[in-house]
Structures are given as structure tokens and as C-alpha cells.
Design a binder for this molecule. Sequence first.
Ligand code: ADP
Ligand code: MG
Length: 668
Amino acid sequence: MLGVTTVQDLLFVLPTRYEDRTRVQPIGSLLAGHRAVVEGEVQLTEVVFRRRRQMLCRIADGSGFLTLRFFYFSAAQQEGLARGTRIRCFGEVRRGPLGLEMVHPEYRRIFDDRAPLEDSLTPVYPATEGVSQGRLRMLINLALRELDTAGVRDWLPTSIIAPLGLPPLRDALRYVHKPPVDAALDELEAGKHPAQRRLAFEELLTHQTVMRRLRESTRTDPAWSLDDRDGLESRFIAALPYSLTNAQQRALDEVDADLARERPMVRLVQGDVGCGKTVVAAAAAARAVGSGRQAALMAPTELLAEQHQRNLDAWFRPLGVTVALVSGSQPARTRRSALEAVAAGEVQIVVGTHALFQEGMQFRDLALVIVDEQHRFGVQQRLRLAEKGQASGRHPHQLIMTATPIPRTLAMTAYADLDVSVIDALPPGRTPVKTVVAAETRRDEVVARIDAACREGSQAYWVCPLIEESEELQCQAAEETAAVLAEALPHLVVRLVHGRQKPREKEATMMAFKAGKIDLLVATTVIEVGVDVPNATLMVIENAERMGLAQLHQLRGRVGRGSRESGCVLLYRAPLGPLARARLNAIRESNDGFEIARRDLELRGPGELLGTRQTGLARMRVADLIRDADLLPRVQEAAEILLASHRDRIAPLTQRWIGTDERYGRIG
Ligand code: ADP
Ligand code: MG
């Protein structure tokens, strides 16, 4: 399970927390939730039936009493816990019906008071199938004794590690596996001890180096230089009803410069919701097509893929370019003919969901892969699509778009294999969305507001997010909401869109909404990403207290796309917990994706923000991108040093920290 095959592997199975078994605690000082060693005399042991048969044993030590609760026990065990017996036990203290208790504690009888306790804090390792904690501890203890001879080499040059004031590897390992009695448990559990930081640094450095190498190696592959001899890109831009913002133009210039090279571009275009990433991607696609080749655009949801297909088709058809949709839910025949047209090169731009990189998909001449809203995809999926183009012997360029704004050091770490362009301004004429937070008891007022907005010619969304555990229940809830709203607003056209509908039905509804034929669209979170209807100026989000900041920001990004003032109403069900309150305040106070991401990081940590599948970084053993953020600049520097002067050390470090994990695609 843990992939442990050598002594070194064993030593890098690192504790997730510690227990203090070095001293006996008075029962009177115990706190629920803590783990502790206590000693006491059995006062009473009895078998009772409370829903199920169980044995209760009450012990006391003069400072208080504690109940031990066993659901599995033998007659011998019961006899062994007779009144007057002295025992020492270890377990987690919790509040029970009879006061504080321990459920199934470890215990043994003691015969004299000087029975030895542990001489160091006890590490608790990640749960492993088939290996008990006790056995793991014993094995790791043995491995520690051989630490000096076991070939556990310190691969980090002292020139890197010494200025950081961090200990050498072996000292760090000894410390984390066997912290001394006087070690600060709080510091250790917070992961802030220098020994832990030493390991975290090495882990971060290893990931960073591997990603940089991945970057180097993709950039040595051959790719088509896209010269756009047909001038399609400039014709495309000239035909737009607006001119590009400076921020868009800058990003596009960077993209174009990359596309002109004979090495694959791997570029992330990052920009807040609504900044206009689609048109930049479309311009890049135009360049590919103008160079006589194909482009593919991958979107995370079918709804979004359909919308992109419609937009691109409207832009490109007048220019004589064919855009096709490939989606998993197409009728087999439609799909097959689309696939054939793509393989034959009759289609120049293909839009789709992850169906794009599945079997049977073949391109004639794929030169550019565009991935929209990449936080919804893993590194793997992106690499798989990139592989599609390789039939021609050339690698496609990759353009990745994300609305997840992350702080710079984090970006450099999480996206070390990418170049990054930032679109840091919105198109002109937007007015910030006014956001209010309201208890759901004020529904009537909200309905009145929808009524007023729609009478003035605007449109509105009403979002019912996932609060039911199944999509089916969620869709049912949305159906009910739609029915209630339709009744309350009889003169408005109210329609529903959700994930369980037939693709054609969804598409028809979205098109009608876009065409202004629907006033109020009730939706599940299927509309979360990318949906673009500038005439919609009001969004109501139910159960907003259950949602994450990034998701709320994305959803709210569906309004405020035109020049009219837009509003967002976050409905919550009281009472609000402190975290939910902090989230709702953050979203009410700011429209700025960067600021919201910063708050999100504080509230939730990077794994959530980046999406657990997005980068390997979200799954590390000791390091934590937020806790160890101060190390990141040094990690960058150290990666340069390793890559420049100690390349031979990268392989053993990779083996140690990442093993054969293929999360980065080709390593090495
Ligand atoms: P996102 O970056 O969230 O994907 P979109 O590409 O969907 O944003 O663009 C949001 C809206 O802004 C669309 O309606 C688009 O037509 C419009 N838009 C994009 N660029 C410009 C521009 N330069 N000037 C005016 N409107 C623009
Ligand atoms: Mg978008």
C-alpha cells in the first residue's frame, strides 16, 4: 500500500501525528479529544445492554474516574478487570453518557508503580492495510538503528541547506520518528519543527525539480511553427465587434510568439472570470488554422463545450472555417461522422469535453490543444490530449486557461512546468456586481427583485447548488424550486436546466436563454463555469453557506458581463457557522478573484484551491504549500542549483519522494 520496499522507503513513511505516552496523566486533568496514558484502580466492571451488549469498566485514581467501554470482549477479559485491579491504559478521551470515557483503550495490568513508560513521543503513522501501528513502529525503529549504514544519503548540498538553518537529513529523520520527551508536541503537530521543515523542503524541492525537468523536456520536442500564412488570425480579430483589451493583447502576443517557435508552447493563461479568455484562445486557434493545421478546445462540461462550439462557429463560419463538436452524449451516428471529419481534416477546430482524448479520436494534423478551465482537469488528462497530436511526429502546442488566480510563489511552484500569461483587467464598461447576503426567509423580497429586473428587460439566474447527496435529488430540488418560482412569477418565462436532462434539451434551454426568450433560468451548478449571457444581470444563489469561495466567485461571474449594473443575492439558511460567515463576507466584500483566492487560501488551504487533482503538489507527504510558503522562494533557488550543478541527485530524490508515481507523466 505505501509502496515500501526498502529500508529507505520505511524511513520515509512519516508520522501524521504523535502521542504522549511518556507520562501518566491524572484522570481529573483529562480533556475530551486528547489521547493520554492514565492509571487507576478498577472500581466496577459490568456487562450491560445499551442498544448492544457491551462491557463497562470504571476506574479511578483519586483525582477522578473514567469509564472504559468495550464492545468486543471475552469472559477472561472481564475477569481480568475485577474490582481492585490496577491498570494502565492509553486511548482517546471522549465525552460519554457517564462522563469522560475511553472506547477500546489499549490497557494492561500493572503490578508496581515503576512500570516503565515510553522514553520518546510515540509516532502515529498513516493507516496501512495489513500492518499494525505497533509493527510499523517496530520496523521503523529497527531501520533507524541502521540509519547510518542503510544508504539513506543526504542529497542536498550543505550550500543549500545550511543557510536555511535546517538540520541534516539523518538528524531530521531521527527526530521526526522519535521526538524526545521534552519535544514541543504543539510545534510538531503543527509541522513547524526544523526537522519537519527540513523534510518538507526536500520534498518541495524534489517536486519542483521534476516539474522543471518535465518543462525542459517538453520544450525540446519538435512542434510546428505556426506562421499563419493565410492571415486568419488578423482577419478574425478585425471581425470582432470590439477591440481586444491591452491585457488580452499582451497575453495573445506572448502566445503568438510561442506558436511561432518549433518547440511546443505550454502556456497557462490566467485571468479572472469574465476577463475574456475565450477570444484569446480563439485567436490562437485561428493562427493554427491559418497555418493549415487543426486546433482542439477541451471544456470541462458539455454545457460549456456546446457554448464554445456555438461561439466559435459564429466567429469562424463567416471566415470559411469548420468547427465541430464532439461530446460523449452525442448520438453515435453524429459522433462518428464528426470523428471522421476530424480525421480527414475537413474540420479545422474541434470542441469537446474529455471525450476528445478518448479512444477513436484521431486528428489529421493537430497543432494546438486548448484546455479551458483547467482546474477541472488533471495534469494527466492534459498530457493525454497533447499526445493525440503526436501522430504527425510533432507535438501540439498547449494553451491552458484558468480563472483560478493564485499568488505568485504558489503559481511558480504549482505550475513550474508552464509559462504563465496573466490577463489582469476586465473589458471596459463593466460595473462591479453588487452582492448582498440574505437569510432565506427573505425569499419574497428576492422574488420581487427578480420581477423588477425582468420587467426592465434583464434576465436572471436562480441557482440551486448541490446540497442533496445525489445529483438526482439535487435535480428534483431544482425542479420544485422552478415550479414554485413559476407560480410566483406567472407573467415571466421560467425554465429549468440541470444535469439530468437530455443534452439536446439543455442546449435548447441555454440557447433560448441566450436569445432572451427566457426571463428566469433556474439551474443546478451545471452553469458554474464559462456560461456567457451578458443580458443576465441578476443571480440568486440558494444555500450559499454550503459553497466554497471559488465556486461562488465562478457562479457570480455569470452576471456583470454587460454594461448594465448587476447584482448577486446569496441566500443562506440560518444559523451561520463562523467559516460560512467568513466566506460569505469575503465574497460580498470583493469582486476581485485574486483577493478572493487569497481569502480562500487562508480559509481552506491549497489543496482545495488548486483542486486536488490539478497538481501533484496537492498530495504531498510532509510539505504543505501554505504552512511552508516561506520556503518556496528558497525552493526555487535550490531547484536552479540542483538542475545546474547536481543533476545526478535528481533521480534518487525522485525515487525517494515520488517513487514510480506517474502523476507527472513522463519523469526523467
Ligand atoms: P472568461 O475569461 O471568463 O472565459 P469570456 O471569454 O467568457 O470570459 O468573456 C466574457 C465576456 O466578455 C464575453 O461576453 C465576451 O464577449 C466579452 N469580451 C471579451 N473580450 C472583450 C473585449 N475586449 N471587449 C468587450 N467585451 C469583451
Ligand atoms: Mg471562460
